[in-house]
Design a protein around this ligand. Structure first.
Ligand code: PD2
Ligand code: ZN
Length: 282
């Protein structure tokens, strides 16, 4: 049988992923030859990716979906409760989980944060600073990681659900939307091509996953939407939507465009957790 000279896209992704992880290029070539590739063809592709393409994340290439970070199964174990997964989307990885917080915990987060809220901002794409915008009409605050025993317990439960170290998480954020309040469709990751992302990426790396926890039952409106997927979830007190959007190649998944629909009646309270690649907080 002749050795293959064409190297398919899946193999290029495999090479790029292993180069990013620091594998020896010669070992990758040897593996490819064993798998039936022509040695010169393997050498050309590996050295091409090692020289340029792998150093620069292949942002222009299709997002490579890797094994989900979210644990498998109907129930996800956390240190103090099992959390039921009631919906999963495979690609991108999205899940809706029930009873992550009980009603008292939701009420306590609202009570603790209500008098500390300030108008929410978004990251400016060119300089990375914070700016108020008509597309994000909520008020919010952050609890520092492990702020007190109550917050620390929630940080631990959330980190277990998100399958990441507590220290990789940004502080738990509480957001309050009045009637008419919304968060227009956006990405939670820092766009790799934006100058304004640099300072944010320097601490803890890219965001890898988000969790939006609903702290009240909204009278009408206020669902979380993924417009490119035709998906609308929540709000339901104590439940949460989880989603992942970056991989080990440094790519980000644009299919995770999402937003908080306008609150049509009543008000909406949520808590959000953004998880980073590496240690972010304390
Ligand atoms: O309020 C929401 O439902 C929502 C939706 C999407 C919040 C966020 N993103 C966020 O805070 O990033
Ligand atoms: Zn968001």
């Amino acid at each position: 049988m002749n050795a293959h000279v064409q190297v398919p896209e899946e193999w290029r992704d495999w090479i790029a992923r292993n180069l990013v992880r620091g594998c020896d290029p010669e070992m990758l070539i040897a593996d490819m030859v064993r798998a039936g590739f022509d040695a010169q063809a393997a050498r050309n592709v590996v050295s091409g990716l090692a020289d340029g393409d792998a150093a620069e994340p292949p942002a222009s290439r299709a997002y490579v979906h890797e094994t989900p970070r979210l644990p498998a199964g109907n129930l996800i174990r956390t240190p103090d409760r099992d959390v039921r997964v009631v919906l999963r989307v495979e690609q991108p990885t999205i899940a809706f989980v029930d009873s992550l917080l009980d009603a008292d915990e939701c009420d306590e987060l609202v009570r603790l944060s209500a008098h500390q809220l300030v108008r929410s901002t978004i990251v400016d794409r060119s300089h990375g600073g914070a700016g108020v915008t008509a597309g994000r009409t909520s008020d919010g605050m952050y609890f520092p990681l492990n702020a007190d025993p109550f917050i620390a317990r929630l940080d631990r439960r959330i980190a277990a659900l998100m399958n990441a170290p507590v220290e990789n998480g940004e502080g738990l954020q509480i957001l309050h939307y009045r009637t008419g309040g919304e968060y227009a469709p956006h990405y939670d990751y820092f766009a790799p091509e934006d100058a304004g992302s640099r300072t944010h990426l320097a601490q803890g790396g890219q965001r890898v996953a988000s969790l939006v926890i609903y702290l009240n039952d909204v009278d009408d409106g206020g669902a979380t939407v993924f417009p490119l997927l035709g998906l609308r979830l929540g709000p339901k007190k104590g439940a949460a939507v989880y989603f992942e959007y970056s991989n080990s190649l440094g790519q980000v998944d644009a299919r995770t465009l999402h937003g908080g629909l306008p609150v049509l009646r009543g008000e909406k309270w949520i808590a959000t957790k953004w998880m980073r690649q590496r240690r972010y907080g304390a």
